[in-house]
Design a protein around this ligand. Structure first.
Ligand SMILES: [Zn+2]
Length: 520
C-alpha cells in the first residue's frame, strides 16, 4: 500500500514538475547543498596566485554563493553555508582592521555557522568576541572553556532546520591550540580532547533530534611528505572513525585541497584548501522516509572574480584596502628571484626565506645564532621589487624579536623539539650561524660556523617571541637565560636588514640536511 501511494504521489509530482521542471521528481527525497570555506586568512580581496591568475575575495565568493543559493531555491534543496575557521591573519589590510571587512562579508553573505580556528586566537579571545558581535551566526567550539569561569567560551553546537530537515552542526577546534597560540592567550583557556568533546556533543545532537550530523572541524587532516601537518594526533579521519554517526566533516586547518572529498566509513570529509580561491560544495540526497542519506558528492569550485563580483560586498571591502594602499606599496628591496617560504613549494625542510629571516635576526641583534619556526613563515616573497605588503604577508604575526643565552646542549635539544621525532611540524627550526643534520628523525650533528657545537658553551641567540615563549612545543627554549623581548618586531628587523642590502638573493644552502629517506 505504501509503495502504491508513493508511486501515486510521485506521479502527481511528475505532473507538477511539468510546470516546475527543476523540482525533485521523488517527493520523499530532499536535495541538500552544503557550501563551505576554510582558512581564508584575511584574503578579503582578490589576490594574484602563483600561477598568475587573480582569484578569491569575498565579492567573488558572494556572487558564486548567490548562484548556488538560487539553484537550491529552485529545486527546494536545503542549503547550508559553513566556515571551518581561520578567517583571521595573513593580509595586512585585514590584520590592521581586526578582520572587520572579513567578518562583515561573512555576515552579508549569510553564513550559518563557523568553528573558531587557532589563528582566530592570534589576538586573544577578546578580539574574537568583538568579531562575534559583527556577525549574526554562532562561533562554535565544543572543546574550549574559559579558565576564569570554567564555562564554555562558545556554544558546542547549533541545530539548523532547513526544508524540514534537522541539521545538527557541532564545532570542534584543534586540541593542539595551546601550542599554536601565544602563551599569554593560551593560559586563559582550557582545551579539552577534541574527540571526547565531539563525541559527547554528537550524542546530544542525536538525542535532541538531529537528523543529519555535521562536524565543523578545525582539526585538519594528516598529510604525507614534508607537509607541516604530517601527523595530527586527533585529525578528521580519526574523528570520523571514533564518531561514525557523523555524516559530514567540514574541515580546515591543514590547508588541504580535497578535490572530491575523502570517505572514512560512512563519513564524508571535505576541505577547500586555503586563501579562499576555492569554495567547497557538497550535494547530498536525503531520504525523508527512511531518514538516511542515499547519495553524496563533493567538489571544489574556483572563486574567479572574472565570473562576477557582488557589488555590495565589493563596496563593503574596498575602503579597507584603499585606506592602507599607500603605506603598503612602499618598496623595500629588490629580490633577484622569488624567495620561497613555503615547504609545499620547495619540498625541503630548509627554506630560502627561513635563511634570510634568520640572517636578519642574527646580524641585526649581533647574536651567535638565530632560529625561526617554519610555521611562522606564511608566504613567499616575489621576484623584483618587494613591497612592505609582501613582508607583512610573510610575517603577519608581528611578534617581537627575542634574544637570550642558551647552553649548547639545549640548542641541540631545541632543534630536536622542532623535529618532533621525524614528524617535521611547523616547529622545524630555520637557522643562521649554525647548520644541522637529521637522521632517523633526530638531530645527528650540529655545527656552529664550521666548528662542531660545544654542548657546554653558552651561545647568544635571537628568534621571535612566539618561539621564545615555548610555542610549537619548543620546550628547551624555556631553559634559556637573560631572555629579552624587543625592541622591534620581526618584520621591522627584517625590513631594516634587507633595505640595507638593497638587492637580495636567498637560496637553500645546506643549513638543514635531512639524511633520512622520507617515507610519506
Ligand atoms: Zn589553523
Amino acid at each position: 500500500m505504501r509503495k502504491v501511494s508513493l508511486v501515486a504521489l510521485a506521479l502527481t509530482l511528475g505532473l507538477v514538475s511539468c510546470v516546475q521542471p527543476s523540482q525533485s521528481p521523488d517527493p520523499s527525497l530532499t536535495p541538500v547543498i552544503v557550501v563551505h570555506s576554510n582558512d581564508i586568512h584575511g584574503r578579503a580581496w582578490p589576490f594574484l596566485r602563483e600561477d598568475g591568475k587573480w582569484v578569491g575575495g569575498y565579492a567573488a565568493q558572494a556572487e558564486l554563493i548567490s548562484k548556488i543559493r538560487k539553484e537550491a531555491e529552485n529545486k527546494k534543496a536545503a542549503f547550508l553555508l559553513l566556515s571551518a575557521g581561520d578567517v583571521n591573519t595573513g593580509v595586512p589590510e585585514s590584520d590592521f582592521s581586526e578582520a572587520q571587512p572579513d567578518f562583515e562579508s561573512l555576515k552579508a553573505i549569510g553564513y550559518d555557522a563557523m568553528v573558531v580556528g587557532n589563528h582566530d586566537f592570534d589576538h586573544g579571545f577578546e578580539l574574537l568576541l568583538k568579531q562575534l558581535s559583527w556577525v549574526k551566526f554562532p562561533f562554535l567550539a565544543a572543546n574550549l572553556k574559559l579558565k576564569s569561569t570554567q564555562k564554555p567560551l562558545f556554544p558546542a553546537d547549533t541545530m539548523i532546520n532547513r526544508q524540514g530537515i534537522q541539521f545538527g552542526v557541532l564545532g570542534i577546534t584543534t586540541d593542539q591550540l595551546p601550542k599554536l597560540i601565544l602563551t599569554e592567550h593560551a593560559k586563559k583557556l582550557v582545551v579539552e580532547d577534541a574527540i571526547e568533546a565531539a563525541s559527547r556533543t554528537a550524542k546530544r545532537l542525536t538525542t535532541s533530534g538531529g537528523e543529519i550530523l555535521i562536524a565543523l572541524s578545525h582539526l585538519g587532516i594528516s598529510q604525507s611528505g614534508l607537509s607541516i601537518h604530517r601527523n595530527i594526533p586527533n585529525d578528521d579521519k580519526k574523528l570520523a572513525r571514533q564518531i561514525p554517526e557523523l555524516d559530514l566533516i567540514v574541515g580546515g586547518h591543514s590547508h588541504t585541497f580535497i578535490k572530491e572529498g575523502v570517505r572514512e566509513g560512512n563519513t564524508l570529509i571535505v576541505q577547500a584548501g586555503y586563501r579562499g580561491d576555492f569554495l567547497g560544495r557538497v550535494d547530498l540526497l536525503w531520504d525523508r522516509l527512511n531518514k538516511r542519506i542515499i547519495s553524496s558528492k563533493a567538489q571544489l569550485i574556483e572563486v574567479d572574480p572574472a565570473d562576477g563580483e557582488d557589488s555590495e560586498i565589493k563596496k563593503l571591502v574596498l575602503p579597507y584596502k584603499e585606506k592602507y594602499e599607500k603605506e603598503l606599496a612602499i618598496p623595500v628591496f629588490e629580490a633577484k628571484k622569488v624567495i620561497l617560504g613555503q615547504r609545499n613549494q620547495t619540498q625541503s625542510l630548509e627554506l630560502p626565506l627561513g635563511n634570510l629571516i634568520c640572517d636578519a635576526l642574527r646580524k641585526e641583534t649581533q647574536t651567535d645564532i638565530a632560529f625561526f619556526n617554519s610555521g611562522g613563515l606564511r608566504s613567499s616573497l616575489p621576484a623584483g621589487i618587494v613591497q612592505r605588503r609582501h613582508i607583512l604577508e610573510a610575517f603577519p604575526f608581528r611578534n617581537l624579536v627575542s634574544t637570550g643565552i642558551l647552553k649548547g646542549r639545549y640548542v641541540v635539544e631545541l632543534l630536536n623539539d622542532g623535529l618532533r621525532e621525524g614528524d617535521y611540524a611547523g616547529g622545524v627550526l630555520q637557522v643562521s650561524g649554525l647548520s644541522y643534520e637529521i637522521k632517523d628523525g633526530r638531530v645527528s650533528s650540529v655545527k656552529v660556523g664550521d666548528q662542531e657545537l660545544n654542548t657546554n658553551k653558552d651561545y647568544s641567540f635571537s628568534t621571535n617571541s612566539y618561539v621564545s615563549s615555548g610555542g610549537d612545543r619548543l620546550k628547551a627554549i624555556l631553559k634559556a637565560r637573560s631572555v629579552r623581548n624587543g625592541p622591534g618586531t620581526v618584520d621591522e628587523i627584517f625590513t631594516r636588514y634587507v633595505s640595507n642590502l638593497k638587492i637580495v638573493e636567498a637560496k637553500i644552502e645546506g643549513r638543514i640536511n635531512l639524511k633520512d629517506p622520507l617515507n610519506p
